[in-house]
Structures are given as C-alpha cells and as structure tokens.
Design a protein around this ligand. Structure first.
Ligand SMILES: Cc1ncc(COP(=O)(O)O)c(C=O)c1O
Length: 382
C-alpha cells in the first residue's frame, strides 16, 4: 500500500485539494523537469536532431507500459483529447442508416467529433442515457449501452468512467459487443488511465485517447493516444514533416517524402518534440510507474471508504459500489440540502472539489490524507 506522497508536491498545507479530475498539481519532480526543459533552449546548439525524437519516444515507451500496448509505435503524442478524436474522425466513414453510440453528458471532446461525423454521413448519434436513477442506475446504464449497439453501429465512443459522477463502464463487455458488430471502438481514458489499470490487449479498443494533465500527472497541452491496427495507414490531422519517414536527416528535409511513419507515429502533433512539455510528461509518467498504477485506487479507497458509507447513510445518492471508482466519485444531494451554504463552507474550509451538473464530484489522489477528508466532512456537516 502506498503512503501519502504529499511531500513530493507543493500544495499549500492549509488547503484541501480533492479535485484531481479537474487537473493534477504538478509534482516538484515534474516542475524540475519543466525548468530543465526551458533551460535547454538557452543554448540551442546543444539540442541535436536526435533530441527531436528522444522526448516523444520516451513518452511513447512509458505510456505503452502504462496501458500494456504491444509496441511503443502504437502510441501517438497529442496535445488534447479533441486532437486524438479528430484523428479517429478523419479516418472513419459513416453512411446513411448507420449510427454512432456515445453516452449522455459525455465530455465535449468526445462528442463534437461524432456530431460532425454523423452530420457529414447522415448517420444518427445515439447518446445513451441511464434508464433509471438511484440504486441500480449504473448497471442499467451499462446494459442500455449494449442494447444501443447494433448491426448499424459504425463507432462506439465512451469513457472508462463518467467524468461527472465517476460511474464506471464495463469496457470488456462494450468492446466485445462493438467487435461483434464490426464497429470502431474508441475510449476516452482521460479520467481513468493512470488511476485505474487499463490494458489495451485485454480491452482491445481501436483507439484510446488520454489528456495528460489529470491522472497522468503531466502538464497541460500534452497527452497520449494508443491507435490499434484499424488505424494503420490512416491520414493524420496535419501534414507534419516530423511524421514523415526520413525526417531524422535534417540536411535532406527538402527531399520531400510522401511516406508517413508507421502505426501511430504519423498521428503525432506538429512540433511534437516540445522540449519543455515532453520532459515534464516523461517525469510524470516515470513517477507514476514508480508508484504503480495498481496502487493509486486502493490508496484513494482507504481514504474515502468511511466518508462514502456515511454519505449513503445520510441520504446522499452515491453510485453502487460495484460501479464506483475510488479515485473519482460523485454524489447527488438529498432533498433540502442547502447548496449555497455548502458552497460557502467549502470556501471557508479551503476545500476544492467540483460541482458538475447535479453531482458533487470528489477526486482524491496520493497527496491527500485524512485531514483533507475531515475538511470535506466539515463542509458537508457530516
Ligand atoms: C473525460 C474528459 N475528456 C477530455 C477532457 C479534456 O479534453 P481536451 O484535452 O480536448 O481539452 C476532459 C477534461 O476535463 C475530460 O474530463
């Protein structure tokens, strides 16, 4: 079991940051890597052509290790989820009569591309809502997703956990159903990868797209995506020179080459070498691998287990245990709950959580300890 890792971070002692799903704080190690990355450009002659590839390749290798990808070439370095999803959109065709399956209230970066795709191909976007509320909701929702996938489904795009209330989705089951009907299966791993174990060889998504600034501990504007064989030979979003075969030879860049790099490397963002962001992301991924992804959720669960039991007893609506994820959970308030007063107490107790839709979202991480949970309890008057 991990112990509290607060000392590796610079969060003020008197504040209670239970909001990693918003963005993780940088660890001091990642901060130091960023400063070192900035300093490199003080002396550009020390930056060699090899350095343009070393950073992104280290990200590829480390992220491949985290998600169990069979080869680093399956990983692209991306600036955002919307960019990764744009790659999928660009390489997916739909036709009239077909449909795309998503979930109700999914994060917009995993919705807008499919709206455009459906508009262009006159296909239907199915946004699956939970059929019930209260106990049994998550199970019923998972069932409804399977029911929504049929022979006319071209693409299924879901997260592993819902960003608003942390409901977990049965990706094994959804993947099997998508494969059965031949649909492309895309996962937004932003709110789960890094905190929940994810193995691409077991879950078999065609694409897994993750922002790096939450559960991967990285800076803003860099993330990673896995692209499976379905996307081999596809078209990138940009016509970048680094994505071309032979671009290592800086003396011959005007011997223009049409061949793109194999597998996912062709989908890298332009100026992927970003010496500051890649250095920081590498440090963050190394730290995560040292902690072990499998140790993150157990740490969070032991911290909040009693709180969740007391919330349930006090009439708050919490997702069923089987479908809840320890690192990110939401609860809906009981009738009569004074939300404005609660907001004020959050401020006075210096507690940072998120209010998303009608859910109060709590997302602890390894820098939190009992004092953070106690402050949240005080704000909840629990
Ligand atoms: C589920 C999910 N996906 C994606 C993002 C970020 O998307 P993008 O990188 O396109 O800004 C967020 C941010 O909160 C999110 O919660």
């Amino acid at each position: 079991m991990l112990t509290c890792q607060q000392d590796l971070f610079a969060l003020p002692a008197e504040s209670h940051y239970l909001n990693c799903a918003y963005m993780s704080p940088l660890s001091r190690r990642v901060e130091a890597a960023g400063v070192a990355g900035i300093r490199r450009k003080l002396v550009p002659s020390d930056i060699t052509p090899d350095d343009f590839f070393a950073g992104p390749d280290a990200v590829r290798r480390l992220f491949a290790g985290i998600v169990g990808a069979p080869a680093a070439e399956r990983i692209a370095v991306i600036p955002s989820v919307s960019y990764g999803m744009a790659v999928v959109e660009r390489n997916t065709a739909v036709s009239p009569g077909q449909n795309v399956v998503t979930l109700l209230d999914q994060f917009p970066s995993n919705v807008y591309p499919w709206r455009r795709l459906c508009d262009g191909g006159h296909a239907t976007l199915r946004s699956v809502a939970p059929p019930t509320t209260g106990p049994g909701m998550a199970e019923a929702w998972n069932g409804a997703i399977l029911d929504a996938i049929d022979d006319a489904t071209a693409l299924v795009a879901v997260p592993h956990v819902h960003w608003i209330d942390g409901t977990r989705f049965d990706l094994d089951g959804i993947s099997a159903r998508a494969r059965q009907v031949g649909a492309t299966f895309v996962v937004d791993g932003t709110q789960s990868v890094g905190a929940l174990p994810f193995d691409v060889q077991t879950i078999q998504p065609d694409a897994l797209v993750c922002a790096g600034y939450k559960w991967l501990g990285g800076p803003y504007s860099i993330g990673a995506a896995y692209f499976g064989p379905r996307f081999d030979g596809g078209l990138p979003v940009e016509d970048g020179w680094l994505a071309r075969i032979g671009s290592e030879d800086f003396a011959r860049l005007v011997d223009y080459r049409d061949e793109l790099r194999p597998a996912a490397r062709r989908y890298d963002v332009g100026e992927v070498s970003n010496f500051i962001l890649t250095s920081m992301f590498v440090a963050a991924l190394e730290q995560l691998l040292e902690w072990g992804v499998e140790n993150i959720t157990p740490y969070c669960c032991q911290l909040t287990g009693d709180l969740i039991a007391d919330l349930e007893a006090a009439g708050f609506g919490v997702t069923d245990k089987r479908w809840r994820s320890g690192h990110l959970f939401g609860f809906r308030v009981p009738g009569g709950f004074d939300m404005p007063a609660f907001r004020e107490r959050l401020v006075s107790h210096r507690v940072s959580i998120a209010l998303r839709g009608d859910a109060i979202r709590v997302s602890p991480y390894v820098y939190n300890d009992e004092s953070d949970v106690a402050a949240l309890r005080a704000a909840l008057q629990l």
